[in-house]
Ligand binder design. Structure first.
Ligand code: ZN
Length: 91
């Protein structure tokens, strides 16, 4: 009985370590990818920053609205919604 518990414990630890390593690997891969993308973008045209998530992207891929840049229509809409909320609060 004790042996079974020890086996289960060892298995659980191994499983946890495997998951941890896998997520670390994914994180590392993701960071490398974004780093590469940033390096590529540095060679390109003018960079702008999304007003909502502060991500940098080339000007030709960005959306412009109310003197602000956005990476996507979703972020533009969310920013405009937030502004609307602020206006409502003030009035
Ligand atoms: Zn964004």
């Amino acid at each position: 009985m004790n042996l079974l518990i020890i086996r289960i414990l060892i298995f659980a630890v191994l499983f946890y370590a495997g998951l941890k390593l896998f997520s670390m690997y994914r994180q590392w891969k993701h960071e490398r990818l974004t780093q590469q993308q940033q390096d590529q973008q540095h060679d390109g045209g003018h960079m702008v920053r999304c007003r909502w998530c502060e991500v940098h992207l080339p000007e030709e891929e960005a959306l412009r609205e109310a003197e602000q840049w956005f990476c996507s229509s979703a972020h533009r809409d969310r920013f405009l919604q937030e502004q609307q909320h602020d206006n409502d609060a003030e009035q």
